[in-house]
Ligand binder design. Structure first.
Ligand code: HEM
Length: 307
């Protein structure tokens, strides 16, 4: 077998699709399956069209490193992230260039090894609490559980361990705003202006979340002790020139942590509990010997569990 150093990226292959829609349908039906098929059939550099836009799918580690690390300034932020900037502000995920670099230097110490050890105990506390509610014989929607888990964990790491239990309206707003953002992000600027019930609910939740985060920051600033949670750490964080974050920037970084960490981490956890590529939402069946994964898709349901 080739060593890793010998493996080179393939030539860019153009893949056609429907006029204007391009590869939209296969991606919406089963994105992971579609991307895996592209890699298998056409190699690790594939160009697609989706809704009139050119999309380049890169799977080779060298290409990924070039885009995310070596030449990140040339690529800038994705169109999706730029669309989110007017809503969630200019946090680490959306900012660029010198501003991003300064923010990164300020925020980084809050994620060093010692701090991560503290966050790990909160993660364990949150999952233990949740697992204590699971019952043998129960069938659960594991992705919904993992979404709740990552939401409660981020709230507890940011604002203290009692926060989620004491502020259900804020955690609910987090769930409404970030619950399915990945699926909506392409159309967000258009559909959030339309007067549909779900858009009104989403816009209200964004407002509540923004207001609540500003209030929490204001209250914490007026305390003598900043607190020993992540918010406390960010409030006192500064760079080597002594520059600290304004309340507005702090607000943007907090929303960014929800935006970047809620659904991504929940999806990874969901995938790690499954033994097959998920075709749709997996649910788990709890047995004394552990969990078995079922799927809500017709293709792979109870039969899969019995096999
Ligand atoms: C397994 C789950 C996760 C995956 C797959 C993931 C993936 C990524 C990727 C690919 C980027 C780079 C995006 C870009 O440069 O355009 C990124 C950035 C980022 N992620 Fe995650 N992430 C995960 C979990 C988290 C969690 C749990 C948090 C925090 C609660 C988080 C916070 C961030 C932040 C703040 C950035 C921006 C960093 C910067 O540009 O300085 N992520 N993530």
């Amino acid at each position: 077998m080739d060593s890793e150093a010998d493996v080179v990226a393939t030539e860019l292959v153009h893949v056609g699709g429907l006029p204007f829609l391009g590869s939209l349908f296969p991606i919406r039906r089963n994105a992971l399956g579609f991307f895996s098929r592209m890699l298998r059939e056409h190699g690790d550099r594939v160009q697609l069209r989706v809704l009139g836009r050119k999309v380049i799918l890169l799977c080779h580690p060298d290409d990924i490193e070039e885009v995310l690390v070596r030449d990140r300034d040339s690529f800038g932020r994705s169109a999706e992230i730029q669309k989110l900037r007017p809503i969630f502000g200019n946090g680490l995920l959306a900012s660029d260039g010198a501003f991003w670099r300064r923010q990164r230097n300020i925020v980084q110490p809050s994620f060093q090894h010692n701090a991560m050890t503290d966050y790990t105990s909160i993660m364990l506390e949150c999952i233990s609490k949740q697992l204590s509610e699971w019952r043998i014989g129960e069938v659960r929607d594991i992705h919904a559980d993992m979404m709740r888990y990552t939401r409660e964990t981020i709230c507890s790491v940011l604002f203290g361990s009692e926060f989620a239990a004491n502020n259900p309206e804020i955690t609910n707003a987090v769930s409404v705003v970030f619950g399915d953002l990945r699926a909506e992000v392409l159309y967000l600027p258009i559909w959030r202006r339309l007067p549909f019930a779900r858009n009104i609910r989403w816009n209200r939740a964004v407002k509540l979340l923004n207001r609540s985060v500003r209030t929490i920051i204001g209250e914490r600033r007026s305390c003598a002790d900043a607190g020993n949670d992540l918010l406390g750490s960010l409030l006192s964080a500064h760079d080597s020139d002594g520059y600290t974050m304004s309340d507005e920037q702090l607000h943007d970084e907090i929303l960014t942590l929800f935006l970047a960490g809620h659904e991504t981490a929940a999806l990874s956890l969901t995938l790690s509990t499954t033994t097959q590529p998920p075709f749709s939402t997996p649910v788990v069946y709890l047995r004394e010997s552990g969990v078995s994964t079922l799927y809500t898709s017709n293709r792979c349901s109870f039969d899969y569990y019995l096999a």
